[in-house]
Write a protein that binds this ligand. Structure first.
Ligand SMILES: Nc1ncnc2c1ncn2[C@@H]1O[C@H](COP(=O)(O)OP(=O)(O)OP(=O)(O)O)[C@@H](O)[C@H]1O
Length: 711
């Protein structure tokens, strides 16, 4: 019969699993390795993997998060509503505020809250006592009200009956009220059932809404846009308090925990300040302002900002730190061009004016008074030091009474636009340039000493002696013929001693030293020279110890942190310590983002400054080995001015060629010019040398020369 069976499938598969091999069957070959590995995986393991895959699937996780989130909203909302109700019914709020004030060490506020709590309790007690005695008047009042209403309705009915002449109308108003009440009862009896059914759901929705509004769910369960994307999030009191709490300062954490919800009592109102916000934090007792300052990076990260976007300063109020928190990325936006470039009519006033330098972090204009202040600007290389000092010099150049003597010891042409403005312009990095720069500073000392011996009441035009890249001078190994070094910081070091002398006495007679220096060390910027400057400003620096050199301990202890500026990114941003700039009360320094005036724009401003001046001749120091021709040199130092004071001629000659003219007196000048027809003469009561007379003397000499040559 089996032969007659027709299989409905082709070659049925051999079911090797279920059937044991026949005892007499030949032993099967052992399975090759590959075959062993593809053995089916047990069902339990496959199901486990499938469950794991499903659990890891993003859709499952999103669904899980949604369930937890919405559940948490309800639970959190219930907690919040319950606490609000509890706060409303009890004195818990006052207790909490007292604890917060105590934790913050503010005993005055604690006493005030205690008093408010006492008043609240007294009022509550009074209400309860009133409740005990209230039923009798309540009943009475209800009886009066009912009687009054009935009487009123009847009166109305009587009036109606008189009007309609229907005696039955007396009760019409009364019946209308009865019918209305009946209708209400019907409505309530109809609505009551569904209302009772719906009310719990409405309450649930309300609690959910409260929880959702307060984001009362774990961070990980929140929607993606609220979770972890707090970079640049607005700064709210709770964000600041949480950031402070998580700063890792145990007493601060403990105090904030004790304050609970009212930790924000430590904060002043958060104010918009430029491209960021500002808030003062009164620290609880036991927490020092220094501890908070020392954790700037952590605080910034807790506030979802970069370190350079948070500034911590110490205002006047005790135990208080002032936080300035930039809007995310705002500090990387450039500030606008300088008013010097924008306003072609701008003029400077050395004494009363302020140089428009840039903006402070609040976005307010930062202007610096340069009146009688020595200046030191430091920073790492290529951070904008020259541009910052030059911006100030360009502004001051718009006051034609100011004389500049400039040595640029880099010599890359950054100061070339001062040709025709400065009376001395040295540009170059070699030892020879340092020697000339030193002699230029020494000529400043000579001028200062002359002024110091002038009769009291003499007015002195400002003289700015400016050395850019002054570290080159301090590091110069050259020595003069008396073996005195030009560089270094010994008592015999010529640059150092000249700088110190100007620092010590130059201010009162308007002889001021401005120095720009790079990457300060004790060697390239000696302590006495750093301390002598009234205005100290620093661009990005490498270390805190350099910041201390640049700005002084007081400024750094007060929060100045140029070492935290970002090299390369914060170009042109300076931390400034000076009484010439408005610094918020209690702060020791201010951060200024300077306007950048590039070399081209600087040349334009320079041209305007030159036009305001009366033909200044810039001396590029003459090679001292050249033979001297006094008449030509005098003509050169007079330049295009019609006449120059003999004193100034002597001084310019000494600057140009100190070897030849350094020791010259009025008598020498007179001797040389005698018989040339260009002798010094009196003009407005002062001895001067006239340009035209010198030119004539030179021309006569040439003619004489050519005449004698012709003979
Ligand atoms: N206020 C500014 N804003 C933006 N960028 C600036 C500013 N000032 C300078 N820079 C940029 O920094 C570069 C270097 O400026 P600068 O030559 O003034 O630096 P430096 O510190 O004097 O350099 P070095 O010490 O090497 O002489 C400029 O070419 C410019 O690109």
């Amino acid at each position: 019969m089996t032969d007659n069976v027709v299989h409905l499938f082709k070659d049925p598969p051999a079911d090797t699993d279920d059937r044991a091999p026949a005892p007499d069957a030949p032993a099967a070959d052992p399975l090759p390795l590959e075959a062993a590995e593809v053995r089916p995986v047990p069902v339990w393991r496959r199901s486990g993997r499938a469950v794991g895959r499903a659990a890891r699937d993003e859709r499952t996780r999103a669904a899980g998060r949604a369930v937890v989130r919405h559940g948490s909203y309800v639970v959190g909302g219930t907690r919040i509503v319950a606490r609000r109700a509890w706060d409303g019914r009890t004195a818990a709020r006052y207790e909490r505020m007292i604890r917060a004030a105590e934790a913050a060490g503010n005993l005055e506020a604690a006493a005030e809250w205690e008093e408010r709590g006492r008043q609240y309790r007294a009022a509550r007690h009074q209400r309860r006592m009133d409740l005990l005695t209230s039923p009798e008047p309540l009943v009475k009042n209800a009886a009066y009200a009912t009687g009054g209403t009935l009487a009123g309705l009847l009166l109305l009915g009587v009036a109606l009956a008189v009007a309609t002449k229907e005696p039955g109308d007396v009760v019409t108003p009364l019946m209308a009220v009865v019918e209305f009440i009946e209708l209400m009862i019907v409505i309530v009896s109809v609505v009551w059932g569904p209302a009772v059914a719906v009310a719990p759901w409405l309450a649930l929705c309300g609690l959910w809404a409260v929880g959702r509004h307060q984001q009362a769910a774990p961070q990980w369960a929140l929607p993606a846009q609220q979770r972890g994307s707090d970079a640049g999030a607005p700064i709210t009191p709770s964000v600041v308090v949480t950031a402070l709490r998580d700063l890792g300062i145990a007493p601060l954490r403990k105090a904030i925990k004790e304050m609970g919800d009212v930790g924000a009592a430590m904060l002043s109102p958060i104010k918009i300040a430029g491209c960021g916000v500002e808030v003062d934090v009164t620290l609880p007792s036991g927490v020092s302002t220094q501890e908070v300052q020392g954790r700037r990076r952590k605080l910034a990260e807790n506030l979802a900002r970069h370190e350079h976007e948070v500034f911590i300063t110490i205002p006047t109020a005790a135990r208080t730190v002032r936080l300035w928190i930039a809007d995310s990325g705002a500090l990387d936006e450039p500030i606008g061009p300088s008013p010097l470039v924008l306003d072609a009519e701008l003029r400077a006033d050395y004494k009363k004016g302020k140089a428009p330098w840039g903006q402070d972090l609040r976005g307010d204009a930062a202007a610096l008074s340069l009146y009688q202040r020595h200046m030191l600007v430091t920073g790492l290389s290529n951070q904008g030091k020259t541009a910052a000092v030059r911006a100030l010099a360009l502004w001051l150049a718009l006051d034609p009474t100011v004389e500049f003597r400039i040595a640029d010891l880099k010599g890359a042409g950054d100061w070339a636009m001062f040709d025709g403005i400065a009376t001395v312009l040295i540009q170059g990095p070699t030892d020879d340039h340092v020697i000339q720069a030193t002699e230029m500073v020494e000529s400043g000392v000579t001028e200062m000493e002359r002024r110091l011996t002038a009769p009291p009441g003499t007015a002195f035009p400002p003289l700015i002696v400016l050395v850019d890249e002054a570290q080159v001078a301090f590091m110069c190994p050259a020595v003069d013929e008396e073996k005195r070094p030009y560089g270094g910081s010994k008592a015999t070091s010529r640059y150092f001693m000249a700088a110190r002398k100007i620092h010590n006495q130059g201010r009162a007679v308007n002889v001021l030293l401005w120095q720009g220096t790079q990457d300060p060390t004790d060697q390239n910027l000696p302590k006495l020279v750093r301390e002598g400057a009234h205005t100290r400003a620093s661009l990005a620096l490498g270390t805190e110890s350099q910041a201390r050199m640049a700005l002084g301990d007081k400024a750094v202890d007060g929060g100045a942190a140029p070492h935290l500026l970002r090299q390369g990114l914060d170009k042109g941003t300076l931390v400034v310590a000076s009484d010439g700039i408005d610094i918020p009360a209690g702060q020791a320094s201010i951060t200024v983002r300077t306007h950048y005036i590039d070399t081209e724009a600087a040349a334009e401003v320079g041209a305007r400054a030159r036009a305001l001046r009366d033909g200044v001749t810039t001396l590029r120091v003459i090679d001292t080995d050249e033979p001297t021709d006094p008449l030509t040199d005098i003509a050169h130092v007079i330049g295009t001015a019609p006449r120059v004071l003999t004193q100034d001629v002597l001084q310019r000659l000494a600057t140009t060629n100190p070897k030849a003219y350094g020791s010259w007196t009025h008598a020498d000048l007179k001797r040389v010019l005698e018989g040339t027809g260009a002798q010094p003469y009196k003009s407005d009561g002062r001895m001067v040398v006239g340009r035209d007379r010198i030119a004539r003397a030179l021309a006569n000499r040439t003619n004489d020369g050519s005449a004698s040559a012709a003979q």
